[in-house]
Design a protein around this ligand. Structure first.
Ligand code: AGP
Length: 612
């Protein structure tokens, strides 16, 4: 899972490649590298770690040329090191290539190439691609594109590649299958990238390449061909994202900025989905959902990570508002399951990036079974958005922090909107109830502001507990998903062990771990399970565990059960996940800060997980 870029044009080549890679660094930052061609001279520069390291080396050893490719890596095959950094070259250093994806039959191909005396410098699966291209050119392929087409026929797995040939110095060839790849079309210049965010400061004219399409790019022109070498038609889409939101706006980290962005973001989403004058739904927004859900008898949500947690809340929403049995599946498990869903099931894929390999593969599998699919995506034009029967964009705006925050609440918001829509369609929700539910949603942004106003108190609490190494996150009912999400945030950004449980479960085993070194973050907001939660808090206190309670404003009783209390405003239980999420995000952020972690780029992680 990596980011790739390419450029042909008259700009400063290393600057444009570095800037584009910077915007793809969320895909991985184990190593990076660029290669450029200046007539028949090939320049190659690679470094381990973040792009700053590459930029420093480039300042010392500048590269030249009008054609170049670049890569930022998240290691899959081969440790993060300079030899495993892309771009990779062939035996003779004539060809150079960057790759995102995984070549499944690489071991077999590598052995074959070794027998033909190819010398490998890295342990990556990617390097074999450039050696196969070399072989085909030696065997008589008339140019780079022909050799690339032959090579693609040999590969099994997912890839997006960009390749250069020293002997065809004015050309770049790019191709994809499974992994995303776009072309950015500028005036007398062409960009290649894993996604559009890399190129929007230069151009908003984007071609989203399809699987098995090959782009042949030369100075100021390009064409797209298929595996038979025939030209194929393509669309140029106009991408209208707001680039300003990709800056930190004075916040120390993107994560903090994105946490604070939530009230404004939800206000904007509200105005897009609902009519504020009479608290009704803007039906045009939901027409695609209607088309695919008229006769459904079941909903199946599939997602990973934070999106999965949003899906868990979605299960409560759909069962409560729509009275429809709802299953929630982890995407990476779907492939290995015996599926018993009927044709009347509606599959909802939830994904911020729209590129998560596990979610995409499950989606494809479910579509092959003839099931109808809707996706909840953030990234416009992403692969999952394009491959689903219908897409419902969550409109969180670009999320840069690797740990998802605002996309989570935007996903929840989308699920509430769809739940209210389907509940009304199926006549489970009466008109008056519908208006009062929408009205309650309209209060959420201002209630979120109130939670954010407690930031410093939450920060102090985080600082107090930052030295502890074991956390439980406990809740019941709809907020168990938030317990999982809070624990995930702490693990991701602060590298602290945290386990989440439905609070009733701890007496069945995990209670053995309760002691004064264990910190229990307990969600004890006003709800149908409040009394039961208090019993659990008693059990923890009796065993000297420490409790941080997230409770409803005005609750004094909770102070008898907790070491520290973080208050949030009252909201009815079904909507409470929208508010509870915020203190959990802030807490994890400040623990991470106190422990000196790289909040926006946690170790070993990538924003978009494009490998299985
Ligand atoms: C969230 O903080 C994580 N970085 C991760 O769990 C993420 O939610 C997961 O990889 C799914 O990503 P997606 O929403 O882009 O599909």
């Amino acid at each position: 899972m990596c980011g790739i870029v390419g450029y042909i044009g008259k700009r400063n080549i290393s600057k444009v490649l570095l800037e584009s890679l910077q915007r793809l660094e969320y895909r991985g930052y184990d190593s990076s590298g660029i290669a450029t061609l200046d007539n028949n001279d090939l320049y190659l520069c690679r470094e381990t770690g973040c792009l700053e390291n590459l930029a420093a080396t480039l300042a010392e050893y500048p590269v030249k040329g009008n054609v170049g490719i670049g890569h930022t890596r998240w290691a899959t095959h081969g440790e993060p090191s300079k030899v495993n950094a892309h771009p990779h070259t062939d035996c003779e250093n004539n060809l150079v290539l960057v790759h995102n994806g995984i070549i499944e039959n690489y071991a077999e191909l590598r052995n074959k190439l070794k027998k033909n005396n190819h010398k490998f410098r890295s342990n990556t699966d990617s390097e074999i691609i450039v050696h196969i291209i070399e072989d085909y050119l030696k065997k008589g392929a008339k140019n780079l594109e022909e050799a690339v087409i032959c090579t693609l026929m040999d590969l099994k797995g997912a890839y997006a590649i960009a390749a250069l040939n020293k002997n065809e110095p004015e050309k770049m060839v790019a191709a994809k299958n499974g992994s995303s790849l776009i072309l950015g079309i500028g005036k007398n210049e062409i960009f290649v990238a894993s996604d559009a965010s890399a190129v929007i400061p230069y151009t908003r004219q984007i071609v989203f390449l399809e699987d098995y399409q090959i782009a042949i790019i030369e100075q100021g022109k390009f064409n797209v061909i298929n595996l038979n070498g025939n030209n194929v038609a393509y669309n140029v889409s106009l991408v209208d994202w707001d680039i300003d939101s990709a800056q930190k706006d004075g916040y120390a980290h993107f994560m903090l900025k994105e946490i604070h962005a939530q009230p404004k973001m939800l206000k904007k989403i509200l105005s897009e989905k609902f009519n504020s004058d009479n608290f009704s739904l803007k039906l045009s927004e939901f027409s695609k959902i209607k088309k695919y859900s008229a006769d459904i008898n079941q909903i199946v949500i599939q997602a990973c990570g934070t999106s999965f947690h949003a899906g868990m809340v979605g299960k409560f929403i759909f069962e409560y508002f729509v009275n429809l049995h709802t299953d929630i599946e982890i995407s990476s498990e779907i492939k290995y399951k015996h599926f018993i869903y009927s044709k009347k099931s509606l599959i909802i894929s939830i994904t911020q990036s729209g590129e998560t390999a596990d979610t995409l593969i499950a989606l494809r599998q479910l579509r092959r079974k003839g099931l109808r699919t809707i996706s909840l995506c953030n990234v416009v034009g992403s692969t999952i958005a394009r491959e689903s029967d219908a897409v419902f964009y969550i409109h969180a705006g670009p999320e840069i922090g690797v740990a998802s925050t605002k996309a989570y609440t935007a996903q929840l918001f989308a699920l509430y909107s769809i739940g209210i829509f389907l509940g009304t369609l199926k006549r489970i929700i009466k008109k008056s109830l519908k208006s009062s539910l929408i009205k309650e949603l309209t209060f959420i942004p201002s209630l979120m502001h109130k939670v954010l106003a407690s930031e410093q108190q939450i920060a102090a609490c985080a600082k107090k507990y930052a030295k502890y190494n074991d956390f439980f996150y406990l809740a019941r009912g709809i907020n168990y998903a938030n317990a999982l999400e809070g624990a995930l945030k702490l693990k991701e950004v602060a590298y602290v062990h945290a386990s989440a449980y439905p609070a009733g479960e701890i007496k069945h085993g995990p209670i053995t771990l309760v002691c004064k070194e264990l910190i229990c973050v307990c969600i004890v907001t006003e709800s149908s399970t409040y009394e039961k939660m208090l019993f659990n808090l008693e059990e923890i206190k009796a065993r000297h565990g420490r409790v941080i309670a997230i409770a409803t404003e005005g609750n004094q009783e909770i102070k008898n059960y907790a070491d520290d209390v973080i208050y949030i405003p009252y909201v009815q239980e079904i909507f409470s996940p929208l508010l509870v999420a915020l203190p959990l995000q802030i807490f994890a952020y400040y623990v991470a800060l106190a422990r000196g972690c790289n909040v926006d780029k946690p170790r070993n992680l990538a924003k978009s997980v494009t490998v299985e």
